[in-house]
Design a protein around this ligand. Structure first.
Ligand code: PMV
Length: 328
């Protein structure tokens, strides 16, 4: 049944084993499997209403009209949903992030997860969470993972069903960790992730090595997670980020800045001094620190003192996306 309106929440996630590169561009299938942790502290809430009086979709982000490119990506998702629901109704979408969007933090993951869940419910599709995750993946592969809570994997093969959703690997309690997001810049990221990975695939002499190595790191990290081996999860988290960025570097795709390297160096010094902390970076200059809960206050205080770190957000593993209103 079409309720015509849905309100949803979704949290950001940070990949411990990174996805970088596409196996199938048309279907947005990742070149390598990935494993992430969903973060409680960083949330997008989305309200979606069908409105017969509209002649196109509208999208408000944090209280103002979304930029053209963000609107176009939302419309692509809504068009897919309309086709499946045999609906011609346009939607009024309003999204709000409780963390800074402009700083290039992982807002596309929580954003598309919240939008996919809201659209599936408002258009009355009644899909499983796996199918909803597949819908989110087609807009932003990392968003597929934000449908689920705790530790989440996303594969790199489109099954014959045509549905590739993420799946939970382990619950929130699996590892007693926090993630410290060390913000190093307030600007938008320089190279969008899709462009960055496209250039890496085409121009990096090390892309083939990345595609060969990443699944091995993914498998090892998943095994370490399942045995609750935090040291091993941490070491592989940092190794995955460094390997991803090394492949991108060689194509001239550089996300790190001096502040990123200073922050990462500090994390490595803290670890050498006995603290359980590991650094990871995505398609932007910020450093995310995987840290044991016991060491999080000490590491946070140390990271706040790194020149170039503007502020540090602290998040713990969190729940998957939820429908607050308008569920089927
Ligand atoms: O979901 P996308 O297409 O924006 O790409 C995300 C890529 C990384 O954040 C760098 C890695 C990942 O697995 O989340």
């Amino acid at each position: 049944m079409t309720s015509g309106r849905a309100v949803t929440f979704a949290h950001a996630n940070i990949a411990l084993a990174k996805y970088w590169g596409k196996r199938d561009v048309a279907n947005n299938v990742p070149a390598v499997p990935s494993l992430s942790v969903t973060l409680e502290g960083m949330r997008t809430s989305t309200t979606l209403e069908l409105d017969e009086s509209l002649s196109s979709d509208t999208f408000e982000l944090n209280g103002v009209s979304a930029p053209k490119e963000a609107l176009a990506r939302a419309v692509t998702l809504l068009d897919r949903v309309r086709r499946e629901a045999a609906s011609s109704s346009f939607a009024r979408v309003s999204s709000r992030n409780d963390f800074p969007t402009a700083s290039g933090l992982a807002s596309s993951a929580s954003g598309f997860a919240a939008l996919a869940l809201a659209a599936v419910n408002a258009y009355g599709l009644g899909w499983s969470v796996e199918r909803t995750s597949d819908l989110a993946r087609r807009s932003s592969a990392s968003a597929a993972r934000s449908l689920f809570g705790g530790f989440v994997e996303l594969g790199n093969e489109l099954p014959s069903s045509g549905v590739l959703g993420a799946a939970q690997v382990a619950p929130v309690e699996q590892l007693d960790v926090h993630v410290l997001v060390c913000v190093t810049s307030e600007g938008q990221k320089a190279i969008a992730s899709t462009d960055g990975m496209g250039r890496t695939a085409q121009e990096s002499p090390y892309y083939a090595a990345w595609v060969e190595r990443a699944p091995v790191m993914f498998r090892e990290l998943k095994a370490a997670l399942l045995t609750k081996d935090l040291e091993r999860v941490g070491d592989l988290t940092e190794a995955s980020a460094l390997a991803m960025h090394a492949s991108a570097f060689a194509a001239g795709v550089v996300y790190v800045t001096g502040a990123t390297l200073d922050a990462m160096t500090r994390v490595r010094e803290l670890r050498a001094s006995g603290l359980a902390a590991w650094a990871t970076m995505d398609a932007g200059p910020h450093v995310k620190v995987l840290v044991s809960r016991a060491d999080s206050a000490t590491v946070k205080a140390a990271m706040e003192r790194v020149p170039g770190v503007l502020r540090v957000l602290e998040a713990k593993p969190g729940a998957g996306a939820t429908v607050i209103e308008g569920g089927a």
